[in-house]
Design a protein around this ligand. Structure first.
Ligand code: NCD
Length: 307
């Protein structure tokens, strides 16, 4: 049995297979409509989410499966003091697969060690968010036709943004990737990630000005400042509008640069950018459903050749 804790749990060859399946789902939805008729997905969300939870639910429903779960730790037995290990043992009796989001780093990993069903990490604290990364990679691969040879700018809260940490991890395995980290001093990328990149000889730059690097980018990954992970509100207020991507900044970019964002957006992308064909963050949401469908089929070991 396989779980998904980190985007590195799959080899790049396995990822290609997963993305091929996601693209096939995109083009042949009816073929997959009953693939999970007898299956149940549990969504155990100990931390707020709209997109990720609904994306998982929509994915399972599109496969003909059923969904159960909770979306707030206060409504679950965690409020009575139950451990994630006990919760997952119980969920293993109710469902065939589980997507878990937790504010504590590593909690889904702990759960997976006690689980009788595949567990998917749907975001653990400031650590990882592998299904967002699968979404990002599928979006890039589908719209650009490749996952190598890019200069990618990651902009915003690089300290607390788990989607950024997961994406860097995943893209580091492809050839000729250069990272440009754009953040205020206080929200710089964690040192351990810099050390990893140095060790792997992967080129990167750290800058404060977005305008300055805009013309170099093939991809721009914008992120929100993660208010809930700040220790004080004052710092958040000071930093929250540090970057605002608008039409003027977009005018500096290449004609075929893509703008991605895991969403939710706050102010960091002005709504005037939404109509720019290079803005693909809402397409990304759709790819998120296809890739989660492919992931559920893969982890449940459903033989898609028979569909
Ligand atoms: C992200 C997350 O939860 O980390 N959202 C998402 O799942 N698409 C990004 C964020 O909350 O900023």
């Amino acid at each position: 049995m396989r779980h998904l804790m980190s985007p590195l749990d799959f080899t790049t060859a396995e990822l290609d297979k997963l993305f091929d399946l996601a693209n096939d789902i995109e083009n042949n939805k009816e073929k997959y409509a009953h693939a999970c008729d007898e299956k149940k997905l549990a969504t155990c969300f100990y931390e707020p989410s709209t997109r990720t939870r609904l994306s998982f639910e929509s994915a399972m429903m599109s496969l003909g499966g059923k969904v159960l779960g909770f979306s707030d730790a206060a409504c679950s037995s965690a409020a009575k003091g139950e451990s994630v290990s006990d919760t997952i043992r119980m969920i293993s009796c109710y469902a065939d697969i589980c997507a878990m989001r937790h504010p504590k780093e590593g909690a889904p990993m702990v759960a997976s060690t006690k689980s009788r069903i595949p567990v998917i990490n749907a975001g653990d604290g400031g650590h990882q968010h592998p299904t967002q990364t699968l979404t990002d990679l599928l979006t890039i691969r589908s719209l650009k036709g490749r996952l190598n040879n890019f200069t990618i700018g990651l902009c915003g809260d690089l300290k607390f943004g788990r989607t950024v940490h997961s994406l860097i991890n995943a893209l580091s395995r492809y050839d000729n990737i250069k990272f440009i980290f754009v953040s205020p001093e206080e929200l710089r990328i964690p040192e351990y990630i810099i050390d990893n990149l140095k060790e792997m000889n992967i080129p990167f730059e750290e800058v404060i000005s977005l305008e300055e690097v805009m013309p170099k980018l093939d991809l721009l990954y914008m992120t929100r400042v993660q208010r809930e992970r700040f220790f004080n509100e004052e710092d958040y207020v000071r930093l929250k509008d540090f970057y605002v991507l608008n039409k003027e900044k977009m005018a500096l970019a290449k004609d075929d640069m893509l703008v991605l964002h895991p969403l939710p957006r706050v102010n960091e992308i002005s709504v005037e950018v939404d109509d720019d064909p290079r803005a693909v963050y809402f397409k990304q949401v759709q790819y998120g459903v296809y890739v989660r469908m492919a992931l559920i089929l893969t982890l449940l070991e459903i033989d898609t050749s028979k569909l």
